[in-house]
Write a protein that binds this ligand. Sequence first.
Ligand code: SF4
Length: 365
Amino acid sequence: MNQSIYGLTLEQLTAWLEERGHKKSRAVQVWEWLYRKRAAAFSDMTDVHPACLELLASHFAIQTASEHLRQTSADGTVKFLFRLADGNLIETVLMRHKYGLSVCVTTQVGCNIGCSFCASGLLAKSRDLSAGEIVEQIMKVQLHLDQAGQGEKVSHIVVMGIGEPFDNFENLMTFLRVVTHPKGLAIGPRHITVSTSGLADKIYAFADAEPQVNLAVSLHAPNDELRTRIMKINRAIPIAKLMEAIDYYLAKRKRKVTLEYILLKDINDRPEHALELVELIGDRKEMAAVNLIPYNPVDEHSQYRRSEPESVRAFYDVLKKHGINCSVRLEHGTDIDAACGQLRSKQIQKDTAGAHQPGTAAPAR
Ligand code: SF4
C-alpha cells in the first residue's frame, strides 16, 4: 500500500510536487480537496491536472485504514475500531462536550511504558503509527460527521489514546503541523492536548518545538514510592526529574500544564495523598491544573478498584482548599466499552480466541 498523503505537511507536499515539475499552487489545490472538500479518492479532485493526480495516485493513498467496528453511546460518544493496512487494530474516540467535538487519537500499536493500571502496557509496542495514520483517524471521524449531515466539525483533539505520543515524537509533530495548518483542518493549537506519561527529555523538546499545543502529564501519585508502584517509568524518570522538565516547559511556554491523576481506591486516593500533591505542586499553583480521573476497572487489573464518590469528593476538596485548580474528568460512553482500549482488546481476543493474547485495555491518559 502506498503511504498516506495525510502524512505530508503542505510545505512537504509543495516541495514534492515542485521537484516533479508541478506548480506550487497544485499542492494548495490538493490540500483543499483533502481537508475542505474531504475527497476520498484522487479521482474526486476534478479540477486538479490529470498528470498531477496520476503522479499522486502512484505514490500515495488517501484511505489506508478501514472501519472495522463502531460503538455509539447514549451520550453521543462514538468509539471506532480501525483496521490498518497491515491488519493491526487501533481505537479512536469521538466525544461530545459543551464546547465542541473532541477526538481522542492513538499514536502507537501497543505501548512500551507499562503503566500497571493499563492493560495496553501488557502488550509491547509493535510499531509507531505514521503521521498519516494519526491524521487519518481525524479524517475518518470527520467523514462520519459529514455523512450525518449536521454540518458538525471536529474542533478539539486529545492525544491520549493507546501509546506514548512522545515515544513517537517526530510523527506526532508532523501530525500537529498538519491538523493545525490554516489551509487544512485548521484546528486551533489551543484546542489540542498531548498527554505524556512523563518522558522528561521529550517535554524539553516539546517546550522548544510546539508553543501553542497544551501539555498534560500523567502523574497519578504524589511520591516516588507510590508512583513507581503504579508507573514503572518512574524508576527511570523520578518525580524530581519530571518536575524539572515541567518547570522548563512552564518557564519557556508560559502555558499551564495539566497534571493527570487517576484515582485508585485505597492506593492513591486518600486525603494525605491529596496533601502530598498540594506540597508537590507548591508554588506552581498558578500554572498547574489537576485533572482527577475516576478509574474504569478492567478485568486484567483486578488489584485496582474505582474510588468511592466520597473519596473523590474529599480529594477534590483538599486540593481546592489549598487553591489548586482542579476538576474531575467527565466520563464518556459508560454504556459502551468505557476504558480506553477496551473495544480493541475485546476484538483482538475474539479474533484470536483460543490463542494467548495479553489484554490491551485502559490507559487513563
Ligand atoms: S497509560 Fe498510556 S503510557 Fe501508560 S501503558 Fe497505557 S497507553 Fe502506555
